[in-house]
Unconditional design. Structure first.
Length: 69
């Protein structure tokens, strides 16, 4: 059986690759989480805007009704 030996340069290179991969995964995870939060915030703002537009439409309809009397 052959024994596999790692010299320090190969081991250091693997460690560097592992650190780069771990950092990339961390950045991707944070980016996805920020996208989820942004989407949630945008959805809440859209719901608020639709509610405000409905109230504004009701006020406009009421004003129109008063003006036609």
């Amino acid at each position: 059986m052959k024994s596999v030996t790692h010299n320090s340069s190969v081991s250091g290179h693997s460690l560097l690759k592992d650190v780069v991969v771990a950092f990339s995964v961390l950045v991707a995870t944070v980016g996805c989480w920020m996208a989820v939060l942004q989407k949630r915030k945008a959805k809440e703002q859209m719901e608020r805007m639709m509610k405000d537009m409905k109230i504004l439409q009701q006020a406009e309809d009421g004003l129109q009704e008063l003006q036609t009397r």
